[in-house]
Design a protein around this ligand. Sequence first.
Ligand SMILES: [Zn+2]
Ligand SMILES: [Zn+2]
Length: 219
Amino acid sequence: MLDSLISLFAPHHCLACGKEGKLLCSTCAHNLPRLPERCYRCHALSTDGKTCTTCRSSSALYSVRVATAYRDVAKDLVWKLKFAHARSVINEMGRVMNERLDFPEDAVVIHVPTATSRVRQRGFDQASLLARRLARSTPLTHIGALARRGQERQVGSGRKERFEHLLSAFWVQRPELVAGKHIILIDDVITTGATLEAAASVLRKAGAKRVDAVVFAQA
Ligand SMILES: [Zn+2]
Ligand SMILES: [Zn+2]
């Protein structure tokens, strides 16, 4: 509403290509390809992005759903998040996620906290902004129940080493808000899924009933 009022006076420019008109022009919106739904870990095709039964035996994530691929326009939007127009970019990312993915009504939304050194650099946590944006356009509540300590360090290249490091970095600040809950983890980009998996594992240990993830882009 406010957005359309403002656009009467100051026309929008596409956040990705700069064309006058909308915050995300139709050409750029078209260049956010949908991906087939897969198990995030072994990449086998799977309904609703559910973790396959083999992978689920060692993963706390029930499913991962992504709105688009992390390339071209999506990459450009995420890159711009770090420098300028963060709120407008978050709004557009949230709108695309909301249009393409279903959010269960019985869940709460928790963002995956960004490593604290990056938050300090940027002055905001983009995953938190994204979770709040999604909570505004869905019946879901956003709770900042998860915290992350320390710097992001490269601790060897092995998945297992990285996972162990991430497990020790996350902790649940408000266990009473997590116990028995169905949780939707929110993040901007998924690469191997190790970060989401560690966050899900910590939440499950705190008593969460089920943890799904909804992510803007798959790298
Ligand atoms: Zn454009
Ligand atoms: Zn699998």
